[in-house]
Ligand binder design. Sequence first.
Ligand code: ZN
Ligand code: ZN
Length: 362
Amino acid sequence: MNFSARQKKLAVVMRQAGLDALLVTHLPNVRYLCGFSGSAGVVLVQVGERSHKTTFYTDGRYTQQAHEEVQNAKIVVSKKAALAEATAGVIQAKIRLLGFEADQLAFATYKQLAGILGRRTKLKATSGLVEQLRMIKDADEISQIRASVLLAASLFQTALSVAKPGVAETVVAGELELQARRAGAEKMSFDTIVAAGARSALPHGRASAHPIPAAGFIIMDYGVILAGYCSDMTRTVHTGPVSRAHRRMYDAVREAQLASIAAVKPGVESGAVDHAGREILKKAGYDSFFTHSTGHGVGIEVHEPPRLARGQTQKLAPGMVITIEPGIYIPDDGGVRIEDMVLVTESGNEVLTPTTKDLITL
Ligand code: ZN
Ligand code: ZN
């Protein structure tokens, strides 16, 4: 991972924002900037006209891990909490304007920080400075994401072999998660969704003790974290005979998903990608049942910028990795969602998820 290039890019953004330093407290951003994967660490980036200096602060529990993982940063292991030590570093360096991550820092922590710094240092709320860089994945990240996507996809067969009428949703999720760990995943990207029958109409129906009914859709939405990078995919399968109405629903979602994917290319606003799929569902009369946005960025976090939703003006660019996941949810009946991860390339896009979108019946 090229941490030096990332820090250099951040320094440019910080100069544009007029900051003397940035206090990075959001752990995924800490990991992105210096490689630390533990749960207590803070990065302080100071910028001069041409140079920048990165310091990583942690506490004694992470001495060994910090020295193993952290690159391109001075490591300070503190007897106090990492943030307290970083604050002392800010005072010592006589920083005048310090940016902090306003979307991430708790209000109580902010008040404490402001109290200690007093008038010596002015605090400035920033939003998404590192996240903005993280939207564009570098080559190392893309290869990690590919591996994570392929591992998740390889588990789909496991899910199919377990899912059948009478089996609890949690049993399917559990088997999937066991196989993920056996294959080397650190953990799941989020709580596995297995929602069968009428429960498939819940867009975020976490696996429950409910048994899979004899007939109906099953939405399976899951992903793994492999070497720090997330994957996220959804497939919908069906038990028992597929009614004409269900076939129509499934085909509409598949068509909408393909239309949104076809719209993915550099320079296109993310809202236009959402629109492309939504139009298909509208024509088929399902638009009021598509109750969420089309997708999101994926990387160190499973949900990160950009957002692919109605009216979003963020332009897509090569190196972004996004999901495309339209769905239809009909209360008391069922739901369908199909989700792939897609890489924005120079010429258009590449669908990373290799799994079939034909409707599988169990
Ligand atoms: Zn998902
Ligand atoms: Zn998703």
